[in-house]
Design a protein around this ligand. Structure first.
Ligand SMILES: Nc1nc2c(ncn2[C@@H]2O[C@H](COP(=O)(O)OP(=O)(O)OP(=O)(O)O)[C@@H](O)[C@H]2O)c(=O)[nH]1
Ligand SMILES: [Mg+2]
Length: 162
């Protein structure tokens, strides 16, 4: 399985990738371009494309997403003022018709910080009800603490079984 991880800079994509692969958040610095990692979960081997979120890298997201089985979109749920920027980037990426049908998992990260957006607020803030060409789900996580990372793994394992 191949998956791409996108979202604004500082949302926690690399920290999530580290937690998924090593079981700890590790050290993260802003990603220059991209990182590629191979993660083993049970019988599942996942090639992870952890892309940079800074503005100069965002136009590349779609090009990588097109080649993958899963799109993970990470949002900093504690950065309440930034949700409209996330919405804009998500929808401009999904305008690409080649991405239709690829399952979308939205991770509402940094729920260890308060206040943070709840799952219904994320759905509204990202206008997910307008995303009809991709099946989507929101999971609230903390990549720093490891909260709900197992739920993400279960979702990925179920996807592989279908
Ligand atoms: N409190 C808290 N901080 C987090 C969490 N996840 C990531 N961070 C912090 O957020 C900062 C950015 O994390 P990164 O994983 O580098 O963010 P990124 O999305 O990969 O950023 P770019 O590579 O620039 O796109 C780091 O200081 C992390 O320690 C979380 O769940 N909770
Ligand atoms: Mg990064």
């Amino acid at each position: 399985m191949e998956m791409v991880i996108v979202g604004l800079e500082n949302s926690g994509k690399t920290t999530f990738t580290n937690y998924l692969s090593e079981g700890s958040p590790g050290e993260s610095v802003p990603t220059i371009g991209l990182n590629v990692k191979t993660v083993n979960k049970g019988n599942l081997i996942i090639k992870v494309w952890d892309l940079g979120g800074q503005v100069q890298y965002r136009t590349e997201w779609g090009r990588y997403a097109r080649e993958t089985n899963v799109i993970i979109f990470v949002v900093d749920a504690s950065a309440i003022d930034l949700i409209s920027y996330s919405r804009k980037e998500l929808h401009s990426m999904l305008e690409d018709r080649d991405l239709a049908g690829i399952p979308l998992l939205v991770l509402a990260n940094k729920i260890d910080l308060n206040p943070h957006l709840t799952e219904p607020e994320i759905i509204k803030g990202l206008n997910l009800d307008y995303v009809i060409d991709n099946s989507w789900l929101v999971i609230s996580i903390s990549s720093l603490r490891g909260t709900n990372i197992e739920r993400v793994v279960d979702w990925l394992l179920n996807l592989e079984k279908r």
